[in-house]
Design a protein around this ligand. Structure first.
Ligand code: UFG
Length: 330
């Protein structure tokens, strides 16, 4: 019998990749998305689609009653860190309150498998590198706190009910589907690789290197960039684990090594095959100098072998998607 998954935020960047990965693994998928940042065209044609907000009890109860999924993968949320500082209530609504509503509806519907899209931002500025799952969670932004609150809700609900969850704490997700079916389409992005690719295709004339005086070898921030398709495959693995009865766990999702912004800029220039204007600019508020995952737990638990641990490939797929978006807009 085919299993059915509900993917919240399935029209978004990561959610659309997760939907394709689930379909390829033989799942039926129903996407629920309010299209506040996602695109209708990003929803895989083979998935059912509900236009709606998972924070609306009437909407989500009806969707679960109609589709009766075996598992819920909760990726809907807001994820722009500077915006969360300006408008924290938006983040506590979209990431915390909406999650609480969805979790309640999931429990009431008798669904026991719940996957949550969490973030490395819950660790704040960690005391050492790399970051393992047992390090203290001390977020420094409302975004990180709004996600951490949901992890606490899940922990407590899992202790009190038969629901089990996996929390995937994403590091820096980048790149696009190697088959070209979807990619990062959000109109306003703050992500380094996205912005750099917009520069290559001429949507921008330059990009900024935000800070070159950090305590890192070249002075620029270090991040663990993870290809979105490897991350999407991890969602399939994790939800199959839960549906098979796996216990509640949190996992860091990264490759376990990082690149500095200056190193990313060099790969950008190589892939562009010409001059790209990258300008040293002031630090961006709220950026920890270094975020690198200790990825041993997820590798050990699932025997995970990433397919795309290659910064150049990540940039090439992101660029191919950016070119496609540009050709379509023209
Ligand atoms: N950066 C630049 N120039 C830019 C954009 C970014 O130099 O134009 C720098 C940033 O200062 C940072 C690095 O590139 O040092 C990465 O920045 P991103 O905006 O690409 O990603 P963040 O590390 O800020 O945040 C991302 C996600 C979060 C997630 C976090 C976890 O946006 O949701 O990764 O590591 F929580």
């Amino acid at each position: 019998v085919r299993k059915k998954a509900m993917v919240t935020g399935g029209a978004g960047y990561i959610g659309s990749h997760v939907t394709w990965a689930l379909l390829e693994a033989g799942w039926d998928v129903v996407v629920i998305d309010d299209l506040s940042t996602g695109r209708r065209e990003s929803v895989a044609a083979a998935a059912a689609f509900i236009l709606g907000d998972v924070g609306e009890p009437v909407t989500i109860n009806a969707a679960l009653a109609e589709h009766r999924p075996d598992a819920v993968l909760h990726l809907a949320g807001s994820a722009i860190i500077p915006e969360s500082v300006i408008d924290p209530l938006k983040y506590y609504r979209n990431n915390t309150a909406a999650s609480r509503t969805l979790i309640e509806a999931t429990v009431n519907a008798g669904i026991d498998a719940f996957l949550f899209s969490s973030t490395a931002a819950i660790y704040g500025v960690p005391p050492r590198m790399p970051i393992d799952e047992d390090m203290p969670t001390q977020p420094i932004t409302p975004y990180g706190t709004s996600k951490l609150c949901t992890e606490f809700i899940l922990r407590d609900v899992a202790a009190a009910t038969s629901m089990r969850y996996v929390s995937l704490r994403y590091f820096n997700v980048a790149g696009a589907d190697p088959k070209g079916r979807t990619g990062q389409s959000t109109p306003i992005s703050t992500h380094l690789i996205k912005i750099a690719c917009e520069t290559i295709v001429g949507k921008r004339s330059f990009f900024n290197i935000c800070g070159d005086d950090y305590p890192t070898p070249d002075g620029t921030c270090i991040r663990d960039y993870l290809h979105v398709s490897d991350l999407a495959d991890l969602h399939v693995t994790a939800i199959e684990y839960l549906v098979a009865g796996g216990a509640s766990e949190a996992f860091n999702c990264g490759y376990g090594h990082g690149y500095s912004v200056a190193e990313v800029a060099n790969v950008i220039r190589q892939v562009a095959g010409g001059h790209i204007d990258a300008r040293i600019a002031p630090r961006r508020p709220g950026d920890p100098p270094q975020l690198v995952a200790d990825a041993r737990k997820i590798r050990r638990q699932f025997g995970w072998q990433p397919k795309y641990d290659d910064l150049r490939f990540i940039v090439e797929t992101a660029l191919a998607w950016e070119r496609w978006l540009q050709a379509r807009a023209a």
